[in-house]
Ligand binder design. Structure first.
Ligand code: GDP
Ligand code: MG
Length: 439
């Protein structure tokens, strides 16, 4: 798959301390092949590679990132840009109801997505109306009615004999009368793009003047999805695309090319058959997913802003030599907090997102503040030599920081245990080195 191929490529880069121009060239050759295999269109790939190469070669090496990480970051940034950069929001009409026209080929997922989108809007406090304007397949109206029942949303129908344009118009009027905020019009599809279909959709569009014309395309059809999107856009003027079945698409080609080829933003992604399996499309997250790294890149970016790698190494040495002081501790604490809430940072680690308990894990901000207050109430001498902390000093610190003697004792104890532990690590490391030396 695209993800595993890219990971392999970057794995090779990671092994190197310094990345040469030749390394980048080789990596880009592999990225290029991987993208083409994932069914991304050739023009898009060429453009993409050129941009990445230009940025990767001769670029200044940041201290906190290894060169390999930098190349990955550039690829990630460019993938994100390719998919539109920013997440695109659903447009709502200034005066309700907002009319959303759902278009696409048969089996793309229009009807299902109409239900999902209604559910999504309900969660935002909106009252959607589903309009059944697919009159060609007998089961289509019933399918929408069932979805409406599942989410307790009203469904407007006029039966199989009615004209889709009339149904759409009457549906919008109905929504106005019932003070419903959003009208979602489910239309018919065909197996292939044809003039009859386009003509009918254009007539519905002209009759109801939708705020959004959303093309629903099956991501698993890859390059075909891109061609369909191009045709629909030329003919109808789309405002956005919804990629369905992204849960089954291992190649990611459609996600990568649709925006670049049509200029239409991808607004949502269907991630399964269930009604809540619709997500706003985030280009950066999709890029991470394609690169197969969770949100590691976000983590790298944050680390880049907050911590200097050299300093971190220095800190590690201090810890091992047990020279780590309360001042160092405070500095670390602040660096970590600058990076953002701890639970957010933990969630970005690969694999952590999937852990069940993660959501309930709250790192106590209050406690961090208390620790900071206690350290700040110590004299510089006390911070540098925690050993001199006797009961009377501790009482003074507790009073000064507005905490209890217990709080101070707990922190000092934890700190000492940490130092002890690291001292042992240090010894073990030294012994291991010696043993290796004797061999
Ligand atoms: P329509 O002909 O465009 O209205 O397509 P439907 O809404 O009837 O969907 C066709 C099939 O695709 C159904 O079996 C859906 O359950 C399935 N489907 C739709 N969206 C998704 C999705 O995001 N993921 C998966 N796995 N299946 C989907
Ligand atoms: Mg349908």
């Amino acid at each position: 798959s695209l993800t595993s191929r890219l990971q392999e490529t970057f794995q090779k880069l990671r092994g190197k301390g310094k990345v040469t121009e030749a390394d980048v060239k080789e990596a880009m050759r592999e990225v290029r092949l991987a993208l083409l295999e994932a069914d991304v269109s050739l023009d898009v790939v060429k453009d993409f590679i050129a941009r990445v190469r230009e940025r990767a070669v001769g670029q200044e090496v940041l201290k906190s990132l290894t060169p390999a990480q930098q190349v990955i970051k550039i690829v990630h940034d460019e993938l994100t840009a390719l998919m539109g950069g920013q997440a695109a929001k659903l447009e709502l009409a200034p005066t309700p109801p907002t009319v959303i026209l759902m278009v696409g080929l048969q089996g793309a997922g229009k009807t299902t997505t109409t239900g999902k989108l209604a559910r999504y809007l309900q969660k935002q406090g909106k009252k959607p109306l589903l309009v059944a304007a697919d009159v060609y397949r007998p089961a289509a109206i019933r399918q929408l009615q069932v979805l409406g029942e599942q989410i307790a949303a009203p469904v407007f129908t006029m039966g199989e004999g009615a004209d889709p344009v009339d149904i759409a118009k009457a549906g919008v009027e109905h929504a106005k009368g019932e003070r419903l905020d959003v009208v979602l019009i489910d239309t018919a599809g065909r197996l292939h793009v044809n003039e009859e279909l386009m003509d009918e959709l254009a007539r519905i569009r002209d009759a109801v003047q939708p705020t959004e014309i959303l093309l629903v395309v099956d991501a698993m059809t890859g390059q075909d999805a891109v061609n369909v999107a191009r045709t629909f856009h030329e003919r109808l003027g789309l405002t956005g695309v919804i990629l369905t079945k992204l849960d089954g698409d291992t190649r990611g080609g459609a996600a990568l090319s649709v925006r670049a080829v049509t200029g239409c933003p991808i607004k949502f992604a269907g991630m399964g058959e269930k009604l809540d399996a619709l997500e706003p499309f985030h280009p950066d997250r999709m890029a991470s997913r394609i690169l197969g790294m969770g949100d590691v890149l976000t983590l790298i970016e944050k680390a880049q802003a907050a911590v200097d790698a050299e300093k971190a190494a220095e800190m590690q040495q201090k810890l091992i030599r047990a020279e780590f002081t309360f001042d160092d501790f405070l500095e670390q604490l602040r660096a970590v907090r600058q990076m953002g809430p701890l639970e957010e940072l933990l969630a970005m680690l690969p694999g952590m997102g999937q852990l069940k308990g993660m959501k309930d894990l709250k790192v106590d901000e209050k406690q961090l503040k208390r620790i900071e207050a206690i350290i700040l109430s110590m004299t510089p001498e006390e911070r540098a030599n925690p050993d001199i902390l006797n009961p009377s000093r501790k009482r003074r610190i507790a009073a000064g920081s507005g905490t209890s003697l217990q709080d101070v004792n707990r922190l000092v104890k934890q700190f000492e245990e940490m130092r002890k532990l690291f001292k042992q690590f240090g010894k073990m490391a030294k012994q291991a080195k010696k043993r290796r030396g004797f061999r």
